[in-house]
Design a protein around this ligand. Sequence first.
Ligand code: FRU
Length: 487
Amino acid sequence: MKWTNENRYRAYSQMSKKEETKLHETVSHSPWRQHYHIQPPTGLLNDPNGFSYYNGMYHLFYQWFPYGAVHGLKHWYHVVSPDLVHWEERGLAIEPDRSYESHGAYSGSGIVHKNKLYLFYTGNQRTADWERIPNQALAIMDEHGSISKHPTPLLIGSPKGYTEHFRDPKVWQVGDDFYFVIGAQRETKTGAALLYHSSDLENWSLVGEIQTELTDFGYMWECPDYFELDGKGIFIFSPQGLEPVGFHYQNIYQSGYLIGQPLDVTTGHFSHNLFYELDAGFDFYAPQSTMTPDGRRILVGWMGLPDIEYPTDPYDWAHCLTLPRELIVKEDKLIQKPIHELTKLRGKQLSFRDELGSFYMEAGTAYEMILTFDAIQAESYGISFRTSDVEKTTLTYNRESRLLTLDRGQSGQVPAQTYGTTRSVLLESSDLLSLHVFVDTSSVELFVNDGEVVLTSRIFPQDVSTGFQAFAEKGTVHVNGTHWSLS
Ligand code: FRU
């Protein structure tokens, strides 16, 4: 299909039954549908939105264009879960049917208030001259799942000194007060985030910029998030426009965090450390966090990036969300671990030990594996997975350079090759000692050394590429592993 503005900006409610059946049919022929990740029924998924615990369930929404694998009119799609593992599709949640959101219900967040779920988002309005007006909107969901929109936007347009790139409110509560942070672009074409305050969730006033030391750091900051963890203030955002520096900032756009003293919400002052990327893989963007009832901070990201073509596009769907990860503060950095609830997915278990570092097994296409390495003598070692005679994806650790490198150059169909086919990251505190691996039909999430580093990537191998190998070069290493098939 040729994507004209007309068919790119169609609402879901205009989809005929026949069209929907045809789309599902096309999607069903796709070789790369996932087994246990959140993925769109049809069309394109991007940012996670409105991630909350409400009325005894986790609620997660995502940016959704139903008609195909392009960035068209964005809706919010809704999924719910009792345990962050088993998700049930609730379908369309927000359709952009008001003039103030004529060109999309863009990203935003949720907060529970008076036993309702308040959903804040950006109504992307365009004028006849295609000028963009970003409006901040509110929709309120009740305990029956019925959603009603606030009659008017809460904020219209961007504040003075900022361009039309002003979006993605992330809301939180401090005592009786509410705050949201919004991604923005200064008129000088540099990225920023603005802090707003409200005492009733309806009337919002600008506190000012979140004042960081990164005054010239990319041209736009998308999807900001702020929370406190272990006495620290953590500010996550997705800057666009960073040039690669060494092994950093290799993807088209980045996602990372600043950690520091708790944010001064009266002034916006934030004293912080360096900017760290959250993920060292190929496909990770626009993450959003929430807190569980037992006080854990959980992050979910979009396992994809804007402005990149993916091999699933011809099948009229694209992208998925990452597995939920728990964030933990350790020595002024974030550690990320797969949530413990994921053990519920485990099926048949198989354990192994190998003393040379040359182990092979048939591992399948959807599995979890925990590996530990000891008696390390080899110069380099690692794993290859989703292998066959012609395909493999490889993670190699080199002890001399301390670099861990993920290579998807031979992983099957390879997206975004202009951005390279390897990603490397320096292991700062030790050699590669442990790996926690989640492989799904078309993705891999690698948690390294108990979550010190994470590499998240889409891969598009053939379904016959089911091999797994642990290897060592120039010397030996002992490998202990446990494999679970996942359903
Ligand atoms: C990030 C983003 C957000 C925006 C949304 C639109 O991927 O560009 O800034 O709200 O996607 O779908």
